[in-house]
Design a protein around this ligand. Structure first.
Ligand code: SF4
Ligand code: SF4
Length: 125
C-alpha cells in the first residue's frame, strides 16, 4: 500500500505518520518513570504558574503514545471526513496526481499553507 496520501502528502515524512511523536511520548514517559522525576520534582523551587500534575502528565503521554500515531491515509488515518480522499476514491484514483483538476480543485486549498508546492508535486508525479 502506498505511503503517500491521496493528496500527495508523504505519510513517511509526517511525524504522526512515521510515529516519531508517539515514540517520543513513550520515551518521555519511561524516562519520567525510570528517573523517578515525580519523586524529586517537589524539591525544586518553581513558580506557581510552572506547577503541574505528574498524574495528568502521565495520562497525556500515555494518550499521545497510543493515539498520536497515524496509520496513514490509505489505512483511514487523518480526518475521517477528508474530502480529498473521498473524492479521489470516488474517481477510483490511487491519488490526486491522476486528476486533471489539480490546479483548480478547491479541496486541496486547506493543505497549501502547510504543504507548499503540493499541487506542483502532484502534477510532476
Ligand atoms: S486524509 Fe486527506 S489530507 Fe490527510 S493525507 Fe489523506 S488525502 Fe491528504
Ligand atoms: S477533484 Fe481531483 S484533485 Fe481534487 S480532490 Fe478530487 S481527485 Fe483530488
Amino acid at each position: 500500500m502506498s505511503d503517500m496520501g491521496f493528496c500527495g502528502i508523504d505519510c513517511g515524512k509526517c511525524e504522526l505518520g512515521n510515529k516519531v511523536v508517539s515514540k517520543n511520548a513513550e520515551t518521555l514517559k519511561s524516562g519520567v518513570e525510570k528517573y523517578g522525576i515525580s519523586q524529586w520534582f517537589q524539591f525544586i523551587p518553581v513558580a506557581d504558574d510552572e506547577k503541574f500534575s505528574f498524574d495528568e502528565l502521565d495520562k497525556g503521554l500515555t494518550w499521545l503514545a497510543k493515539y498520536a500515531a497515524c496509520p496513514g491515509c490509505h489505512a483511514d488515518g487523518g480526518s475521517p471526513d477528508c474530502a480529498v480522499r473521498k473524492c479521489a476514491k470516488e474517481k477510483k484514483f490511487e491519488d490526486c496526481s491522476s486528476c486533471d483538476a489539480i490546479d483548480t480543485c478547491n479541496k486541496l486549498d486547506f493543505l497549501e499553507p502547510g504543504h507548499p508546492g503540493l499541487r506542483e508535486n502532484l502534477k510532476k508525479m
